[in-house]
Write a protein that binds this ligand. Structure first.
Ligand SMILES: Cc1ncc(COP(=O)(O)OP(=O)(O)O)c(N)n1
Ligand SMILES: Cc1nc(C(=O)O)sc1CCOP(=O)(O)O
Ligand SMILES: [Mg+2]
Length: 212
């Protein structure tokens, strides 16, 4: 596990083939890396284990070239077989404590979504390296969500935990800075980069908002 608040990532791309509007997801990912993305999560919801693993291996080859850590969404088996840098799980997935037992390597990153405040009291938070604020703003990209935290929600969670906070949900260049100012350490985006006409420029613009 990484130490508290030692989270050197500010711009996190969550990518799937389907979110790339017909473009090759590896090309979009490479453009995003060139634009300044620090961390990438492969989130494939509708493919077989074999296809997920194939994509993970392809993306890992690319992310290794640029020394950008790759996390896998939900699927511990794919994450381990691809030797990914980590995994992101939510409330209905394999819990972080179980992932830690399966994956003895403590350098692997485990992210955990926070949908309810009382989750902050549970052992899953302790087992995680960062918390996903899920979602900050409601988004058409993922509609099966519970709490729209808003900026006040980020500030409340910031008061209750020292864990790195990754904000996700409808974040774009127009609101990224206020999300960080509210207490998030990192922003995670899908459409602000994957749907952009120029993913490299979109990532660059977002990153500049964060480092200002
Ligand atoms: C960085 C980040 N935060 C939150 C999520 C959502 O995870 P989860 O609640 O498990 O939902 P799905 O992504 O699995 O639909 C995430 N993936 N990444
Ligand atoms: C993958 C994901 N998880 C969310 C959560 O709330 O946990 S919202 C989301 C999708 C975010 O997409 P966009 O940047 O296009 O709004
Ligand atoms: Mg999940």
């Amino acid at each position: 596990m990484i130490p508290l608040r030692q989270f050197p990532y500010q711009l996190y791309l969550v990518i799937s083939e389907a979110d790339c509007n017909g473009r090759n997801f590896l090309h979009v990912a490479e453009q995003a890396i060139l634009g300044g993305v620090d961390l990438i999560q492969l989130r494939e919801k509708n493919c077989s284990q074999e296809v997920f693993l194939k994509k993970a291996l392809q993306l890992r080859e690319l992310t290794e070239k640029y020394a950008v850590p790759l996390l896998i969404n939900d699927n511990a088996s794919v994450a381990m077989q691809a030797d990914a840098a980590g995994i992101h799980v939510g409330n209905t997935d394999t819990p972080p404590t179980v992932i830690r037992e399966q994956w003895q390597d403590r350098t692997k990153l485990v992210g955990y979504s926070i949908e309810y405040l009382d989750q902050l009291q549970n052992e899953q938070v302790t087992a995680s390296d960062y918390l996903g604020i899920s979602p900050v703003f409601s988004t058409p990209t993922k509609t099966d969500t519970v709490t729209e935290w808003g900026l006040k929600g980020i500030a409340s969670i910031r008061q209750l935990t020292e864990k790195p906070l990754v904000a996700i949900g409808n974040i774009h260049a127009g609101n990224a800075r206020e999300v960080i100012q509210a207490g998030a350490d990192c922003i995670a985006v899908v459409s602000a980069i994957c749907s952009a006409h120029d993913p490299q420029k979109a990532a660059y613009t977002l990153k500049n908002e964060l480092v200002k």
